[in-house]
Design a protein around this ligand. Structure first.
Ligand code: FAD
Length: 535
């Protein structure tokens, strides 16, 4: 190779240099030859071309071979003496579409380098895929004197790529044929794969990636168990989730199953430092229909239970009122008896004794009444969902709401974690608040009767508001209304003034808080909050 040839070769290599992302051995050879074209002695230059790991050939302007390196013989099977003087087309398998060659030559004739893949035939008759780069070697005047071609056998790589593609297609088909919505997520919760059922579910829910909400809910619901199962690569099944869409749409229920698995990270930076990548396959089955049927049955049972609770509550209120009414005069008599006893004269002492007997009898009466007081009905503490409780309270008061022409605007948080509580007593809290609201709007003959119920989560607190369009409660009374026996409606029947006192008691027993929003001007709005405990 003469110095002039070396210079032309260097120019040709410049045009061949692939971009950063294509820096394979082809590129590296080009880059080395190009960088060292001036500094390296000619023999090193020649030796590099000769020993390069890619098949290199140099042709004249008609593609007749004038030089091949050692790798060319390894890749094609032809010794130099078997190919020198012959056209490069000797390598063609003739199964490469003619358009590819037309494009190749159009590019070369425009004095540009060409890069592409051809089907070549090895000397032994076997086909192989050649990833080929050809560059023209130009004279000073710009005419083509030679071409340099570099190619490598990419049959194995192509085969592997195809295998991966086929396997992906196979997995996609399998996932698609799963009769439930299925999503594959990577370790940063990105959807890697999903199926038609999942897509249909997403469009039905009107959400782009509903799995994000499901994940959030599952993590909150499962707490530390989520991390434990993930770390041990154990799956979970039959996790029922309630999904509230809001906007007056009914809640939907899903049963979730999940399985974690790992694979070796294929990123280049993991070559020397093998990492595992974790995936989660989540299967979601809609069980709303079954849940609705269960709900109907549950609701009938709840109605019976609520009627029973109301009886107990009304008895408790009557007895409390009786105790309250005996307690006041009794305290006054006890004070009078004490006063008379301190005077010490005979008449006063006799009267004090009589009064004391009355006080003692009253005390016994109070004790008897207290013993008769039935315990409030409750089923103990379980995991409860605030949305579910509010929803059931609305259903239980549905007839009254309809009869009073109240429009219910129910805005549940789409995703709300459960907390620990007494579901019967908590449900009766919302039922009481709804009934109070209906009473207030009825009594004040309000025309636009609207009840708005909202739930949301803020950190570790669950919030709910119950707002009506009634006359509201004056600010001065906003604390007093929670006192036992305070009522604005006369002390008869279920309006003995114990409703809000009981509500406050139940909320307090759940470490919660209930207040009347002083800022609310369109009626009355109760704001409740509960800590998200997971005992
Ligand atoms: P051909 O009759 O050779 O040509 C097919 C088409 O290319 C026609 O449209 C024809 O007009 C056009 N064409 C052919 N030669 C020229 C030319 N000199 N100038 C302008 N147009 C032309 N092919 C392979 O299959 N495998 C290889 O590994 C390979 N390596 C090559 C390396 C170099 C450096 C060069 C310059 C070419 C290489 N070729 C290779 C292309 C090869 O020369 C043939 O063009 C190709 O194999 C098609 O051969 P063919 O006999 O089927 O058709």
């Amino acid at each position: 190779m003469g110095a002039e040839m070396q210079a032309k070769l260097a120019r040709a290599l410049t045009s061949m240099l692939p971009g950063e992302e294509q820096q394979d051995e082809l590129g590296k050879v080009c880059a080395w030859l190009h960088e060292n074209r001036a500094a390296a002695p000619l023999c090193i230059f020649v030796e590099t071309v000769e020993q390069a790991p890619v098949a290199i050939s140099i042709t004249d302007a008609s593609a007749n071979i004038i030089y091949v390196n050692a790798a060319f013989t390894r890749v094609t099977g032809y010794l130099p003496e078997e190919c020198l003087g012959r056209n490069e087309s000797m390598l063609s398998d003739k199964r490469t579409p003619p358009q590819v060659y037309q494009d190749l030559w159009r590019t070369l004739l425009a004095r540009k380098s060409w890069r592409g893949t051809l089907i070549n035939r090895h000397k032994n008759g076997q086909c192989y895929l050649a990833e080929l780069t050809i560059a023209p070697m130009l004279e000073e005047d710009g005419s083509v004197s030679h071409y340099i071609g570099m190619h490598r056998d990419v049959t194995t790589v192509y085969g592997l790529e195809q295998k991966v593609k086929n396997q992906k297609a196979l997995i996609e088909t399998v996932v698609d044929s799963i009769p439930v919505a299925a999503v594959l997520l990577d370790d940063v919760d990105q959807v890697v794969l999903d199926n038609q059922r999942y897509k249909a579910m997403a469009s039905d829910l009107g959400l782009r990636e509903p799995v994000r909400d499901f994940l959030r809910l599952l993590r909150v619901e499962m707490g530390p168990e989520w991390d434990r199962l993930r770390d041990q690569r154990r799956g979970f099944q039959h996790r029922e989730l309630r999904y509230d869409l809001g906007g007056g749409r009914p809640a939907r229920w899903f049963s979730c199953a999940g399985n974690w698995f790992e694979e070796g990270d294929v990123a280049v930076d993991a070559y020397f430092n093998q990492r595992r990548k974790r995936y989660l396959l989540l299967a979601l089955t809609e069980i709303t229909q079954q849940k609705r049927q269960q709900e109907e049955i549950r609701l009938s049972a709840l109605r019976v239970l609520t009627a029973e609770e109301e009886k107990v509550q009304s008895l408790r209120e009557t007895l409390s009122a009786a105790i309250h009414h005996v307690q006041g005069p009794m305290n006054q008599l006890a004070a009078a008896a004490g006063l008379l006893a301190r005077r010490g004269d005979a008449g006063s002492t006799a009267l004090a004794d009589t009064l004391q007997q009355v006080v003692d009898t009253s005390r016994q009466t109070i004790e008897t009444l207290q013993r008769c007081m039935p315990e409030p009905l409750g089923r103990g503490r379980t995991a409860v969902n605030l949305n579910q409780l509010v929803h059931e309270a609305i259903l239980l008061t549905r007839d009254r709401l309809l009869a009073s022409g109240v429009v219910v605007d129910w805005r549940p948080a789409p995703v709300l974690p459960s907390f620990v509580g007494d579901e019967n007593r908590l449900r009766s809290v919302f039922k009481q608040l709804i009934e109070n609201a209906v009473d207030a709007m009825n009594d004040a003959h309000v025309v636009n009767r609207e009840l708005r119920l909202v739930t949301w989560q803020e950190g570790d607190l669950l919030h709910a508001t119950v707002a009506d369009t009634g006359p509201g409660i004056p600010e001065a009374l906003q604390i007093k209304v929670f006192e036992p026996f305070y009522t604005t409606k006369g002390a008869t029947g279920r309006q003995a003034g114990m409703g809000l006192a009981v509500v406050q008691d139940v909320v307090a027993r759940h470490d919660g808080l209930i207040v009347i929003d002083p800022e609310y001007r369109d009626g009355c709005r109760f704001h409740l909050q509960f800590p998200l405990s997971r005992d």
